[in-house]
Design a protein around this ligand. Structure first.
Ligand SMILES: [Zn+2]
Length: 538
């Protein structure tokens, strides 16, 4: 098929009030009506959204035309198919295209087209309702061209109009290029092509709201810690030593690595370091590096520029910037990828960051506290963790002993949690029954302080009288402590008890296996195996 051979009367078939365009229905409409519609659209949704709606409408139109051309005719090469777009647009009465330059390399994905649009109907419509425009206004032309060429080439092409008849020029001129050739220059125009619709807007507002709430929560927590020192009494020598060390090193800006099993309270210690430091008036922000996929973690930490990737609808400052003047707590640092390790090392060395998709660097002013429950020294020996980063992070190490090595702290902690739950659960009568003290103290707490906290909450929620008695504690706590089984519990096998406990913990963590495994103090793989046996048995 040759482009010049396309003829409107051959492309269209008229019958019974239907205009058939190669299997698709077309309708003729008046430009006057479209001009009025354009005006309404402006008034109802504003010029930005109006431009987006019109651009996208014409984009689909261009796409549909390109699809029809490819379906119906056999083209010698992609260039001929590309030329069918301008030809159709002219046949449909939208504008006459004059191609000034066309540079296409389908293999490399390169596309560049300079074009002049004569007698643009859209420019006339615009002037008819608004008078002379201050900016190029042929958005549907740009949308159609982009849609047609993107479909023909099989990848994203964008047209941008740079001079327009609506502004008083004789003809409209535009330039189309593939995404890569545009580079960052296309970014301001991209939103008009994308359905970063209400859903996207709500999403970005929600993200922003979450961020603000997170900061607010952190700062209120910080205020309460400052005003009211924690009421937990520390009895063990081991944990007293930890707190002493944390307090002593707090005023210096050195990086600190906090180690210990999961649930031992690494974040509590990090907050203490922050609260006693010169940065205590600044924010304390934290992130769990093991909880996010790499790309998300990357943009959370470093921020991004609008358009850096799909969904990046606006510029976004990362945690390194948001924590300016304060402290950034990187939990589960052992989980970050090699690429991020390299980036983080650079940050620690240069004290500057670069947002994703941006070339300029920004100075940062944060203290970094990292934490891990993994043996990083071992990971380093195996090559999974960079040695230089390890030493940069571990200028000072605070190792928190597990709860079973500081049993003296169990009771004061349990009382502290009861007190806190009294407020949280609105149970003013909540108390720890004396009989619960022995089983609590005897249990090994593989999930550490977090498991203790959950066990107390578990019992509190089940308690009717407000007393936390042994039989209300999770069964593994009671059984391992050798206490007398509660009513109706005597006939159960250890396996039954274990499976019940696993189910209870899973239910409590809302089915989240990562969290449940942490509470149970076992790996996710182990949890999975146990669940399987639980299922097989029942
Ligand atoms: Zn124009």
């Amino acid at each position: 098929m040759r482009v010049e051979d396309l003829k409107l009367d051959e492309l269209l078939e008229f019958r019974d009030g239907v205009i058939d365009f190669q299997g698709r229905r077309l309708v003729l409409h008046s430009t006057d009506a479209f001009a009025q519609f354009r005006k309404d659209l402006f008034e109802m949704v504003g010029p930005g959204q109006a431009r987006r709606i019109l651009t996208r409408f014409a984009y689909f139109w261009g796409q549909a035309d390109a699809a029809a051309m490819r379906r119906v005719f056999k083209w010698d090469n992609v260039i001929d198919l590309i030329k069918a777009g301008p030809r159709l647009h002219a046949l449909q009465g939208v504008a006459r295209w004059v191609t000034k330059k066309l540079d296409v390399d389908p293999v490399a994905g390169h596309f560049e087209m300079d074009v002049a649009w004569h007698h643009s109907a859209e420019a006339e419509e615009h002037v008819a309702v608004f008078g002379r425009a201050s900016h190029p206004s042929c958005w549907m032309l740009a949308g159609y061209a982009s849609g047609f060429m993107s479909f023909a080439l099989g990848h994203d092409v964008y047209f941008v109009e740079h001079s327009c008849r609506a502004t008083g020029e004789r003809v409209c001129t535009a330039m189309g290029k593939d995404r890569a050739s545009w580079g960052a220059a296309i970014n301001p125009h991209l939103p008009f092509f994308q359905a970063a619709d209400i859903k996207g807007k709500i999403q970005s507002l929600t993200e922003e709201l979450h961020r603000v709430m997170r900061e607010l929560k952190r700062s209120t927590e910080r205020l309460t810690t400052l005003e009211r020192p924690p009421l937990v009494e520390v009895r063990s020598k081991a944990f007293t030593a930890v707190l002493d060390l944390a307090t002593r090193i707090a005023p210096f800006d050195s990086s600190v690595l906090i180690t210990g099993e999961s649930g031992v309270g690494k974040e509590v210690v990090a907050r203490l370091v922050h609260a006693r430091s010169q940065r205590s008036r600044g924010p304390f922000l934290g992130i769990n590096c093991g909880a996010l996929p790499e790309t998300l973690l990357d943009s959370e930490l470093f921020g991004h520029k609008a358009g850096a990737f799909t969904g990046a609808t606006s510029d976004h400052a990362g945690l390194f910037e948001a924590a300016a003047g304060g402290t950034l707590f990187l939990d589960e640092i052992g989980e970050i990828s090699h690429a991020l390790q390299v980036k983080l090392l650079r940050v620690l060395q240069e004290r500057e960051i670069r947002r994703v998709g941006e070339s300029r660097t920004r100075k940062i002013d944060v203290r970094i506290l990292a934490a891990t429950n993994r043996d990083l020294a071992e990971a380093m020996r195996q090559g999974a963790f960079r040695e230089d980063l390890y030493y940069r992070l571990r200028v000072i190490e605070i190792a928190i002993p597990p709860l079973r090595e500081r049993k003296e702290d169990i009771l004061p902690l349990a009382r502290f949690f009861v007190e806190r739950l009294r407020v949280k659960l609105k149970m003013p009568k909540l108390r720890l029954a004396a009989t619960a003290i022995d089983p609590l103290s005897a249990y090994a707490w593989p999930g550490n302080v977090r498991e203790l906290e959950n066990a107390i909450e578990h019992a509190a929620v089940l308690s009717r009288s407000g007393s936390i008695t042994p039989e209300l504690l999770p069964s593994n706590v009671v059984l391992s402590a050798g206490a007398r089984p509660g009513p109706g519990q005597g006939q159960r096998s250890l396996e039954q008890v274990e499976s019940e406990h696993i189910r209870a913990v899973l239910a409590e963590s809302g089915g989240n296996r990562t969290r449940a495994a942490a509470v149970l103090g076992i790996s996710q793989a182990t949890l999975w195996r146990r669940l399987k046996t639980v299922k097989d048995a029942s």
